[in-house]
Design a protein. Structure first.
Ligand code: 13P
Ligand code: SF4
Length: 387
């Protein structure tokens, strides 16, 4: 059965919203500070100016842009147009590691930049805004996680990629949403008991799917935690033919109504392939840019984030992802600002569990490709994401 994590970590999580002051440069910032530093929309001529400048700078710096599906559409387009990558966390990690550019610019949140740093110690890793963090990372401090882990020495430690390098360094395995279920299923098949952190919704989804014995840290994502099951039911009655696509960081009341549950890549694939005209999407709305490009003519509706009497804090937009803008990206490339650094011993300790995940995903993909069983292939890709 899931058990609760440290009350201190939970208290800190609720405190995040009460810090309104601007963050120190490079330090993680609260929800309100993040919203306060989201770049304002630019007019067309300024956008074009930055787009041209960034293309020149990427070339000058021998740099490649790696962007997540939640960041601003201009950044996603630039990554695609310049030979970079737009992807989920697993694809971003893999692409950054395998690309031979001297500089990787990560448009996303801090843990994604740190993962690139860990996997590519010889490259320079830049981010448009170093204080762009993640509520899951904030809600799982390394020292409290160490104490939690010490309570369960007999368990295999599996942590979600949305954590600091200092938490990853304590793990046996790092997983992303595209491969977590398969990895836990294989550990469970070997008879291993799991200690999972930090997202309680993803952890309990994996637990329900695999039947694994898991102890869960009680973290949650600010954005996905706001999706509401009851209001989703009402919206589904209005659109009875719509398919529901949910990221597994959403609560069970939402996930249990979904036609497809999976990583951002998996949800985009479903929007493209499923024979439906309407989709209700329970994840950050930044993903609609890619969905609309790949499935033009289909209609995408945001899953409800607030009940009748409640207001939403994120309203289906991650404030930290939204901190990534064209000006910050140009500045990072022009002046080398926003460089991710990590203590080498820490990076080395965190590399092992991440490499295990990447090796697992690659081996499984190769094995199924070799089998030539298309149906099995589809099943596998639904968990490990695109190559
Ligand atoms: P994906 O790995 O599915 O892109 O998820 C990352 C994330 O932060 C979701 O909130
Ligand atoms: Fe973290 Fe949630 Fe933002 Fe993803 S959407 S980066 S889990 S806060």
């Amino acid at each position: 059965m899931p058990t609760a994590a440290s009350p201190d970590a939970l208290r800190r999580w609720f405190d995040y919203d009460t810090h309104a002051s601007a963050p120190a440069a490079g330090s993680a910032c609260s929800t309100r500070s993040a919203w306060a530093t989201v770049p304002p929309p630019l007019d067309d001529s300024l956008r074009e100016h930055y787009r041209t400048r960034i293309k020149t700078l990427l070339h000058r710096e021998n740099a490649v842009l790696v962007a997540h599906y939640y960041v601003d559409a201009d950044l996603q387009d630039l990554a695609r147009e310049t030979g970079g990558c737009v992807g989920d966390s697993l694809e971003m990690a893999r692409f950054g590691r395998d690309n031979d550019a001297a500089t990787i610019v990560v448009a996303g949140v801090r843990f994604m930049g740190e993962t690139a740093r860990i996997l590519s110690p010889e490259k320079r890793i830049l981010m448009p805004d170093l204080s762009a963090t993640c509520s899951l990372d904030l809600g799982c401090p390394a020292d409290e996680f160490r104490a939690f882990r010490a309570l369960h020495p007999d368990r295999t430690v599996v942590v979600y990629a949305n954590t600091s390098a200092a938490v990853k360094a304590q793990a046996d395995w790092v997983v992303t949403s595209s491969v977590g279920l398969d990895i836990v299923a294989s550990l469970h098949a070997r008879g291993e008991k799991i200690l999972w952190a930090p997202d309680r919704h993803l952890g309990s989804y994996i637990q329900r799917q695999t039947g694994a014995d898991m102890v869960l840290w009680q973290g949650s994502c600010l954005v996905h935690n706001e999706f509401k099951g009851f209001e989703l039911e009402t919206l589904r009655q209005e659109y009875p033919h719509a398919k529901v696509l949910a990221h597994p960081e959403s609560p069970d009341s939402v996930v249990s109504q979904a036609d497809v549950v999976g990583s951002t890549t998996r949800l985009i694939q479903a929007a493209t392939e499923l024979d439906a005209t309407h989709f209700i999407v329970a994840t950050d709305m930044g993903i609609l840019h890619e969905m609309r490009m790949r499935a033009p003519g289909k209609t995408f509706l945001a899953a409800p984030t607030a009940g009748n009497s409640a207001a939403c804090k994120s309203c289906a937009f991650c404030p930290w992802m939204a901190m990534n803008g064209l000006a910050g990206l140009a500045n990072a490339l022009e002046h080398g600002q926003g460089e991710i650094t990590l203590e080498p011993a820490l990076a080395q300790a965190a590399r092992l569990p991440i490499t295990r995940m990447l090796d697992f995903a690659a081996a499984r993909q190769a094995r199924v490709q070799a089998s030539g069983d298309l149906e099995q292939d589809m099943e596998l890709y639904s968990h490990v994401g695109a190559a």
